[in-house]
Design a protein around this ligand. Sequence first.
Ligand code: DHB
Ligand code: FE
Length: 284
Amino acid sequence: MAHLSASVYTSHVPAIGAALDLGKSAEPYWQPLFKGYEYSKQWLKDNTPDVIFLVYNDHATAFSLDIIPTFAIGCAAEFQPADEGWGPRPVPMVKGHPELASHIAHSVIQQDFDLTIVNKMDVDHGLTVPLSLMCGQPASWPCPVIPFAVNVVQYPVPSGKRCFQLGQAIQRAIKSFDEPLNVQIWGTGGMSHQLQGPRAGLINKEFDARFMDLLIHQPEQAAAISHIDYVRDAGSEGIELVMWLIARGAMADVNGGPPVELMHRFYHVPASNTAVGHAILKNS
Ligand code: DHB
Ligand code: FE
């Protein structure tokens, strides 16, 4: 059977992708940020899974106000990097895993979560920047990736609690796949940031530290944070953090298993308008 070995959490700021693509990662502004991912890149090399289930949000790139899926699972064999206005990022095409993705869609829908099945989709910085942070600039990504898009752009967006429960359902789905695959789940987006309006530029280090503490040690409490609290404390785009709760809900300790192990934790401000948070948790 397939098993879920670890979860990775990271912000997805588009300027990080641009810094890498334009050869600026060694500049003083970016150097401390990329340093925080050195451990992670080596860890991923040493612990390359067979498949990454990557929870991210589309930023009105593949979807628009015409169609707004709350949860969308990418079941295609491949996904191209999207053109977000400056041409597609010069990063590898993303290979999917249609068999595992279809199985997860089937299992999770049977567990009463309504997913949109997507067989054709370009993937934006929400997905490619986390891959770049964790893998650097390889000729191809180290394994297949199942894109799982969450609507955190247009209200109503799903609650943290529902995302956490969805993670639990995804974990059951992975465990019931009849092939011995090693799967990682990544939760991306966040941390505190606001891109528009009078509070544009908002960062809340205290909220971010507390969120990471709760996420790691008391995830049910992190899952209880309401939309209004995210908006008030973490800014309008801080709501992206609900995606971290999908990954956290899939870990063994919250599904009757042994405690998880914290492999790495990192926090850095600034990166463009966003506080960057990152953690790796391992199932024992
Ligand atoms: C920024 C952050 C985001 O999460 C995003 O999707 C776009 C821009 C930023 O900080 O610039
Ligand atoms: Fe974003």
